[in-house]
Each structure stands twice: as structure tokens, then as C-alpha cells.
Ligand binder design. Sequence first.
Ligand SMILES: [Zn+2]
Length: 306
Amino acid sequence: MLAFKVPSLKGLRALVVAVSDNHPPKCGGDLVVVSQFRWIIRVSEHEDDAMRREIVVIVCAAAGCAHTARVDESKVVDLTYAFDDQTVYWPTANRFDLTPVARGRTEAGYWYASNDFCASEHGGTHLDAPIHFAEGGQSTADVPLHRLMGPAAVVDIREQCSANPNYLLTPADILAHEDRHGRLEPGTIVLIHTGYGQYYPDADRYLGSSERGTAEHLSFPGIGESAARLLVERRVDLVGLDTASLDHGPSKDFIAHRVLSKANIPGVENVAHLARLPARGATVIALPMKIKGGTGAPCRVIAILP
Ligand SMILES: [Zn+2]
């Protein structure tokens, strides 16, 4: 914790600006708003020096460090699997193919490296745009940014899934989560934690089968139809999970995809490291490659811990 002497209210404001210099706070009247950290600090002209000093100590402690504008990486969780030749793809989809184009010293003496890559939109940690299963739905480039970032709720169904590998999320699971952690507000990013991330990228265990070219023998948990309808009713912004598909492995009608897509709710599949998130309080940002007309895209998903 850092303590500073602040001779005046003006000094306090200058310091608040300093700890958030990438996102300068708005100062007006007796209100100092630090938008980056979502704090609102009311400083009255009548508060004495001791009180001012205390406020500054709180600001500095919460910022982690007053000497740098760098993001505190211990608060950031990467929910993304790297793309390589192990990346899990749907059995019928083209896998990630990286072709080196250049790698070495040029004739002019400087280093130059470059690759080509080619892959299905649907593999690894990726977005499903609504058009994937809804005619006329939004494509990857059309998904509004507000749907791709927001407060996360992590619904834990690990126990149910360890008892039944083809488990389907039910409305009761969602209601039980709401009982414990509060209602899912409109705009929430809902992440379903099945526990299957522990098997990634072992296709035999993660998908239930490593057979390529057919999706006949898949086995993993997913979202049931009525649970999908409840998520639509709650007007959530985005739904993700730690399996290869919103629908469970044996699905033939992909009803969870269809229900969510019809409501223009995109999905994120193969989300990594969900065990590192709290049930509530994290902020998730899921930014897909902006493919015009895309039905999905590789997606970098991160969470910022509270
Ligand atoms: Zn997909």
C-alpha cells in the first residue's frame, strides 16, 4: 500500500489522473470518476486532510501501483486455446494449417518471418455467429460489440457432467445458479462450466471420439432446449462453454444453436480455463476475427477478474 500526502483537493485530483492516465477521469464539482476502475469517489470540500489522504491510499491500493499505467496481468485470465496442429475441430471441418512462407535473414541482412494459415471458422476457441444456424442472422462482422464484452456468470454443472457425459443443461441448473448468485441480468455473458476443458485437446475424451469425417460417435455435454429458451428470455448477450458445441455430442437437430441463433445470441465454444473464474464478478471480452459474412471465427477470449 502506498501513502501520499495530498496538500489539497486539487492534489488529489492530479493523483487520481496519474493512476489512471490511460483513461483520464472526469472531474466535476465534488465528484471524481475513475472510469477505468469503475470507482466513484466523492470528495467534499469539508473533508479534512486525513480523510483526503485515506481516499488516496484506497485509490493507490486498488490500482495496484501508482507508478505504472500497465494492466495488472494477475487479474487477466486468457480463456483461449492456442491454434496449432492439436487444435480441436469438428470431425468434418478443416483443421488449422500453418504454412511457413519465410523465416530467416534476407539478402539485406534483416530478419523476416511470415506464415499463411488456413482453417475452418469453427474450431479451437471460436465464435458462432447467429447466421451459423439462423437464416438472415448476423454474420461475424455484424455482431454488435456490446454482445462480445460484459459481466460474466459462470454456471457450474461439473458434477452433473461427470455423472453423465451427454448431460444437457436444464432450466433448474440456471435457476439454482440464480438462487445462489442473483438473477441473470440482460447483457450478461453466460459461460457453462462442464469441466470438459480438462480433456482438451485429447479428442477421444473431449469429443468422445477422435474419428475424422463423421460426427456419429460424439459424446460430450451441452445446453438443453428449454435452458436455451430461458437464456433467451433472460436476454443474455452471449453464451459460451468449455466443449466443442453448444449442443451436446449426440445432437442431430442442434436445437440449442437454433434457439440462441434465432434470438441473435452468438456462442463461444472451446472456452479454456473456466475453473479460474468466479461465479460472478469477472468481465469477459471475446473478440473474433472480423470476417465479413463469416458464420464464426477464431476468437480471443479473456476475462478480467474482479
Ligand atoms: Zn462453432
